[in-house]
Design a protein around this ligand. Structure first.
Ligand code: NDP
Length: 391
């Protein structure tokens, strides 16, 4: 039986890895929607290759190129936010949520409302609005499966286990592209230098977030939301080889580690075939060649995003939304060369400090999250114009 699937963020790194897997078994899938941001030509190529029903670019300016590229194929072409949400809401069995940033939240919610399985790569939606996302899944009988490799690893280690027997989870981190730089050099790092990853081939934003470990901070919060774990039971450890993706410590002293080559197609394929395990085209590890695995605690001076993540988990219900938006804004300012690499964490911290009275509360709505997201970006822009010494 063919499965109906949609790929949100099809033109990105996770989207392309998803397409790689789907295209190996074309008869098994009916592709409904593929979406992109501004890359109309790439999206049209993928839509034609997969025989999609509809291709949508978020960027309205893409319409002429997308229409031209799809003329005569029978594939619908559309652009803009409303069209993206409409495409995401089309009923399917499985949706890949791989849009980058807060922009991925509403399309993910639209997919959940149709009741299928949401394979969630877009960690920003869990950090900003985890309780809303998970409640929406429950309301519609939909399933959320983690795609972030660390959370897929935890999910796999937990299969068949009782959460009551879990003492803690450990999320591993490579330490990013600047991990061996002397501390005093970090403030001079350029976006290009921070955008090179030692082990993983990923989109540019998440690669820079790996160098600052904001990505790991997001993942700690993601683990907190997804597995309902108290912050005291979540830990990050640097593991430069990126072969163990996460570990679960059980109360009987056993520690289950998930190992594998650093290739996103494993976590994507696991979510695609779950609850089955099927053959996947990823490298197998030769342990004699691997020979050693190293671990060390992240230095909070080098990686201030990690202690910040724990503050966020302990903060009010809107703190995650403010943190995510401030982090996205800090990254935008760094990529635009408006602030230094080492100014990103103080900028996020200052946004959270200024917004603290507005982040309290136990329950949140999508409107509150969206307003917090906008306010945090405004605060970040304001602080950058004030140019404190650390900028
Ligand atoms: P990329 O930057 O490679 O791709 C992002 C995708 O989102 C592209 O399809 C892009 O379209 C689209 N997009 C960008 N802006 C918008 C917008 N405003 N509205 C709609 N679509 C938009 O990102 P990654 O694939 O690296 O990451 C995707 C998500 O997965 C992120 O949340 C990331 O944190 C997470 N993730 C990524 C991993 C990886 O290995 N890359 C690992 C684990 C999680 P276009 O190309 O047309 O601009």
């Amino acid at each position: 039986m063919t499965r109906r699937i949609s790929i949100l963020g099809a033109t990105g790194s996770v989207g392309q890895s998803t397409i790689d897997l789907i295209a190996r078994d074309p008869d098994a899938y009916d592709v409904v929607a593929v979406t992109g941001g501004g890359n109309a030509e790439g999206l049209a190529r993928d839509a034609i290759r997969l025989g999609a029903e509809v291709a949508v670019c978020a960027d309205d300016g893409c319409l002429p190129v997308l229409r031209d590229a799809l003329a005569g194929t029978g594939i619908e072409a559309a652009t803009g936010r409303a069209a993206l949400l409409e495409a995401a809401a089309r009923p399917v069995d499985w949706t890949m949520s791989a849009i980058v940033g807060f922009a991925g939240l509403e399309p993910g919610l639209a997919a959940l409302a149709a009741g299928g399985t949401l394979a969630l790569a877009n960690k920003e939606s869990l950090v900003s609005a985890g309780p809303i996302l998970l409640a929406e899944a429950e309301r519609h009988g939909a399933t959320v499966l983690p795609v972030d490799s660390e959370h897929s690893a935890i999910f796999q280690a937990l299969a068949g286990e009782d959460m009551a027997s879990v003492e803690s989870v450990v999320v591993t981190a490579s330490g990013g592209g600047l991990r061996d730089w002397p501390l005093e050099r970090l403030s001079a790092a350029t976006p290009e230098e921070a955008g090179r990853h030692p082990n993983w081939d990923m989109g540019n934003r998440i690669t820079i977030d790996s160098a600052s470990m904001f990505n790991k901070a997001m993942e700690l919060i993601e683990a907190h939301e997804l597995f309902h774990l108290d912050p005291a039971r979540i830990e990050a450890v640097i593991h430069p080889q990126s072969l163990i993706h996460a570990l679960v410590q059980f109360r009987d002293g056993a520690m289950m580690a998930h190992m594998g080559a650093p290739d996103m197609r494993h976590a994507i394929g696991y979510a695609l075939h779950w609850p089955e395990r099927r053959h996947l085209p990823v490298d197998r590890l030769n342990l004699a060649e691997v020979a050693r695995l190293d671990f060390h605690a992240p230095d909070p001076v080098r990686y201030p995003a990690i202690p910040l993540a724990f503050e966020v988990m302990r903060g009010g219900a809107l703190t995650g939304a403010a943190f995510n938006a401030a982090k996205e804004a800090a990254l935008d300012h760094f990529i635009a060369r408006a602030i230094r690499f080492t100014a990103m964490a103080p900028l996020v911290e200052e946004v959270l400090r200024r917004m603290a009275p507005r982040l309290d509360g136990d329950t949140i709505t999508l409107d509150m999250v969206s307003e917090t997201d906008r306010a945090a970006r405004r605060e970040a822009a304001q602080i950058v114009t004030e140019r404190p010494a650390w900028i």
